[in-house]
Design a protein around this ligand. Sequence first.
Ligand SMILES: [Zn+2]
Length: 405
Amino acid sequence: MAITAIRNGRRRPCRWLPSLCLAALAYSEGALAQRVESLGPEVRKYLRVSTPKVILEHVQIIDGSGAAPIPDQNIAIEAGTFPSPHLDVTGPFLDGPGNPILQVRELAGPEDARQTVAFWADRGVTSFKAYTHITRDELRAAVQEAHRRGLKVTGHLCSVTYDEAIEIGIDNLEHGFFANTALDPGKKPDSCSEAQGDYTLLHMSPGSGEANRLIATLVRNHVAITSTLPGLASTVARESVGGAPPLRPAVLEAMAPFLREAYGYWRDRPRSPQSNAALLLQRNMDLERAFVAAGGLLLAGPDPVGIGGLLPGFGDQREIELLVEAGFTPVQAIRIATLNGAIFLGRQEQVGSIAVGKNADLVVMKGDPATRIADIENVDIVFKDGVGYDTRKLLESVKGRYGEY
Ligand SMILES: [Zn+2]
């Protein structure tokens, strides 16, 4: 399941499988040898590569470490025996009273928050997300119980400001700087403000004393920030003169028919005459760059909530592209989306970059994303624990299905 060697590429003919021009397969007797027979028929349908050992020849390594790309390398991969994705399961939202989303349970106080964290942690949940109406006392109780068990808490906040959450000991803040309500007019302790953070973001210029102080507090307390740019970016595009840009055909094809229709309604809705969306997006991008420049740990996610045509996977690629639009270099953006997440989870010794001894989890793509970030959309093979899956077959299998469940 690991990467066993990385060497300079030497030009020699692709002897073993000429049809796979970038990968030559060499058979060996590894103890962890992957045999295609060991995988169930459902998994086998999607296999592109499954052998005891795979050598990718003459590839350019764009490493999650943020280092300069290294051209013409050979990577040897030892396969493993675990075909399904690695999943981290998070608990239900931890929220206080007043959330209009009926499915979200309201906590009854700090002891309820503690018990809820304990209940789900006992059943294998590895992280928690506090939500927009949680009280400070509930958040504190949840964080204490999670930390006692070595687990982390993130938050999409409103009722609790970023400074309050940092003081409480939260580990990560979702949605960049969009959800900080510290400067919102009429903000009352423990309750979500009407502006829901928009006012604060519009009044916190990058480089201002307030912004610098917040960023320094985040960095000093090792609180990470998760950037989720695609949602607002799709709203900005919808409200621009030309309307939303067409989605990639593969995204539309993956949607269940009702979801495709809902996306169409969303896209064609009347545009708001006084939208701050473009300014909010730009302000948040600038603050995220300042946060990274100050030494902050920025993570990346697509926030695929069903609005704006955002789907997992495709949305992750869009997020990386938007980080480049925000001013990060392509290699920095790739690091934010790979190694930084591994660092946050404490798994940087196993995953997150390409190195000997690390898990053989990597994607092979056509092109050069280090200079043209849109090439990250051209994924050819996905290696998971050393088994190579065929991207086209995987996408074919989800056509018309996303959103069904
Ligand atoms: Zn959220």
